[in-house]
Ligand binder design. Structure first.
Ligand SMILES: [Zn+2]
Length: 223
């Protein structure tokens, strides 16, 4: 077994990374609390190959330091991780995006944590959706609906919000309805960035969907 991390950026004394988290620990109101989970290293490596990605193994401080320069995926021996990388293994409160992955609220912008969306941003979503309810095509009493419900930790952003009339809004209230993403022409279900030069695109999309639904984006102190 091993921990896995995808190091994206080292900046301002922080390491920004994604990690695999299996199942939530508990619900804190609308936020899910997630923490890194161990995976079967061989199976995870095969999954990454299917996505066209590579990983480095970390078993020593030399490996760790090299990886901080290289970035990308690493597969970390658990004893090493606990002894030398404890800050990478912490729990974080997360929100959910249309891509199904979890984002630590500490690195989410303030806007996506608020409930309402107003002014220019609201008009832009109405324009994208053709100025009409996506379901019944009504063009008055228009509202914005979170597709992944706000109460379930869904983010407030154009990629998670669609135009519905008041009546349809009430029918979809607090239901998770991915078809609304399709109706609005939004990408959803997995993170496209997970797929690099995948040999089999269909298998890769399936893998990416599974991985996205268990992926947490967060950061930790580097030193
Ligand atoms: Zn409607």
């Amino acid at each position: 077994m091993a921990y896995v991390f995808d190091l994206k950026q080292v900046c301002g004394g922080y390491a920004y990374f994604s990690t695999f988290t299996l199942g939530n620990i508990s619900e804190d109101d609308r936020f899910e609390i997630r923490e890194p989970s161990q995976v079967d290293a061989d199976r995870f490596l095969r999954a990454l190959e299917e996505l066209g990605q590579k990983a480095v193994f970390i078993e020593s401080e030399g490996d760790y330091r090299r990886w901080l320069y290289l970035h990308g995926w690493s597969i970390v021996e658990p004893r090493f991780a606990r002894a030398h990388m404890p800050q990478w293994l912490k729990q974080h409160k997360c929100i959910t995006s249309s891509l199904r992955s979890y984002t630590d609220i500490e690195i989410a912008s303030k806007g996506v944590l608020k409930r309402s969306y107003r002014g220019k941003a609201k008009r832009e979503i109405h324009d994208r959706d053709g100025g009409a309810c996506l379901v019944c095509n009504a063009n008055d009493a228009l509202t914005l609906q979170h597709v992944w419900p706000f109460s379930a930790g869904g983010e407030t952003s154009s990629r998670n919000m669609v135009t519905l009339c008041e009546k349809c809004n009430q029918e979809y209230a607090d239901e998770i309805s991915p078809e609304l993403y399709r109706m609005a022409g939004l990408h959803h279900g997995y993170e496209p960035s997970l797929i690099k030069d995948a040999p089999d695109r269909k298998a890769a999309m399936h893998r990416a969907a599974y991985l996205s639904a268990n992926l947490m984006h967060t950061r930790c102190d580097l030193w």
